[in-house]
Design a protein around this ligand. Structure first.
Ligand SMILES: Cc1ncc(COP(=O)(O)O)c(C=O)c1O
Length: 493
């Protein structure tokens, strides 16, 4: 009876079983095929109890004999089994049977739009299960005050505030818009009124929306190289002509700006993704001027600069933009936990109304009880406290991590100089294939990412590693594994 208890909540979705009496396909076969498909696709888990034949017959308005014959056929082919007298349960199928069914042939451009085809399936990264294990972009969810969070969320759900349970506030829960606007003004130097804030399903959904509302096919986008892959993908999918704007250890290359008049410039000036560099004040002004000359929009992705762990805080570029061309993108994925899926965009007044309308119709709305909870969390001071604690914790961990890497792997890995963020980029000091190293590390359960993944052109090989979610013991054991992977990897000659 393995699995039957665990799956006792699973039920046959009877409404999804359509019997078409005009189709010419025998009814028994239609039901058999539909049930087999549910089982193979995992809609019905192993151990799910199917309705009695009498019940199935009644629900589908078919004869009981037909229902019996369907179950007999499924049973003779091993999809279901009969136990405890006459009860029928979904059988335990070999996973290869299910996988083969799930992965049909790959769709081609004939089947899908260029938008869909732009999202290439990336074979190079195969994250091992579990978040820690050096995975970049990963905060320590273990230190998040979930008791407080749950109390606040429970309050909203119990109280059943009708406002929060209906189709309301499509651009964001107004008290949250206000809390975010105060937060970014105070902490990030952003200039902003609450109704410029659009609450999104994470920063990613904001980036996708911006790509679609700002770009026509063929528009030039300057994109940092190396740069944030998920941004590059959505700009590409919106039809952008992507031009690489080089970033290296010395910073953003202003001497060799990309050619072509940009419509959008995407940048992560306070914590360059993935290198962790910070753009200086003078360069920021130059960038804003360049954008204004070209009448380009600047997308400032400020995803993790709350974690500036040494030195003075560097305010967002948006606050210095006298031209009103900067769109600020923020997220709570790093400061709280990634699965919260709440981010936001601060829109320039000129485009705010239109972009918000577009967000509404593209279905970009965040659960209102979650937004209300986040608002409470911020205004009651929990957010600031959590930030303060995690800043100290990550600063400690960062220095332990960099020391451990230097002592254990210093011969192979050189860090990019950075004081910000919850991950660290390392350059390989020897001619080695970072993709091969990362793949072998991934097989050993380490979620390091090859730096070359962030380049569209010739890469600088290296590794991007997250440290924030690991205590010293976990760091030591991850780095011991990584050392053995690197030591036994071949140099390229
Ligand atoms: C550069 C950059 N922007 C944005 C995000 C955050 O995205 P989201 O809020 O969708 O999790 C990340 C996350 O890793 C990131 O690295």
């Amino acid at each position: 009876m393995r699995g039957s208890e665990a799956n006792s909540g699973g039920r046959l979705p009877i409404d999804a079983l359509h019997v078409d009496r005009q189709s010419g396909v025998p009814i028994q076969r239609q039901i058999y095929l539909a049930l087999r498909d549910f089982i193979l696709r995992g809609v019905l888990d192993q151990g799910t109890r199917l309705p009695a034949t009498r019940e199935l017959a009644k629900d589908l308005a078919i004869s009981r004999n037909t229902a019996v014959r369907v179950y007999e056929q499924l049973s003779s082919e091993g999809y279901v089994e009969t136990r405890q007298g006459s009860r029928t349960y979904v059988a335990d199928l070999p996973s290869s049977t299910k996988a083969n069914h799930k992965l049909g042939p790959e769709a081609s451009a004939a089947d899908l739009s260029p938008f869909a085809m732009a999202f290439d399936i990336d074979e190079r990264i195969d994250f091992a299960p579990g978040a820690a294990a050096l995975r970049p972009s990963t905060p320590d969810t273990g230190v998040f005050p979930f008791k407080t969070w749950n109390r606040l969320l429970g309050g909203h759900l119990l109280y059943r505030n009708v406002e929060l349970l209906n189709y309301n506030f499509p651009y964001g829960y107004p008290p949250l818009q206000e809390a975010i606007s105060k937060y970014v003004q105070a902490y990030r130097g952003v200039r902003c009124e609450p109704d410029q804030v659009l609450v999104t399903n994470g920063a990613q959904s904001g980036l996708d929306l911006l790509a679609r509302v700002l770009l026509d096919k063929g528009d030039v986008v300057w994109m940092e190289e190396p740069g944030y892959v998920n941004a590059r993908l959505v700009f590409g999918a919106a039809g952008a002509d992507l031009r690489a704007w080089k970033v290296c250890e010395a910073g953003w290359d202003f001497a060799d700006l990309p050619v072509g008049k940009p419509r959008v410039i995407y940048t992560t000036p306070s914590s360059q993704h993935p290198l962790g560099l910070t753009m200086g004040a003078e360069q920021r002004l130059r960038l804003l001027e360049t954008a204004s000359q070209h009448e380009a929009w600047v997308i400032e992705d400020d995803y993790d600069s709350e974690y500036r762990l040494a030195g003075r805080s560097v305010p967002a570029m948006q606050g210095n933009d006298a031209f009103g061309r900067t769109i600020y993108v923020g997220t709570f994925a790093k400061t709280m936990f990634p699965a919260i899926r709440i981010g936001f965009v601060v829109l320039p007044p000129l485009i705010a109304q239109r972009v918000k309308r577009a967000a509404l119709y593209s279905g970009n709305q965040v659960s209102l009880p979650m937004q209300a909870t986040l608002k409470d969390f911020i205004v009651n001071g929990h957010f600031a406290r959590h930030l303060h604690r995690t800043r100290r914790l990550y600063a400690e961990r960062r220095s332990i991590f960099t020391e451990l890497v230097a002592s254990r792997l210093g011969a192979w890995l050189q860090p990019y100089q950075s004081d910000v963020g919850i991950q660290i980029a390392y350059r390989l000091t020897r001619p080695m294939n970072d993709v091969a190293i990362a793949r072998r590390a991934n097989q050993q359960g380490l979620n390091v990412v090859p730096l070359s993944r962030y380049y569209s052109g010739p890469p600088v090989p290296g590794l991007l590693m997250g440290y924030a979610a690991l205590d010293e013991k976990a760091m030591r054991s991850c780095l011991a594994i990584l050392a053995s992977v690197i030591e036994t990897s071949e140099e390229i000659h």
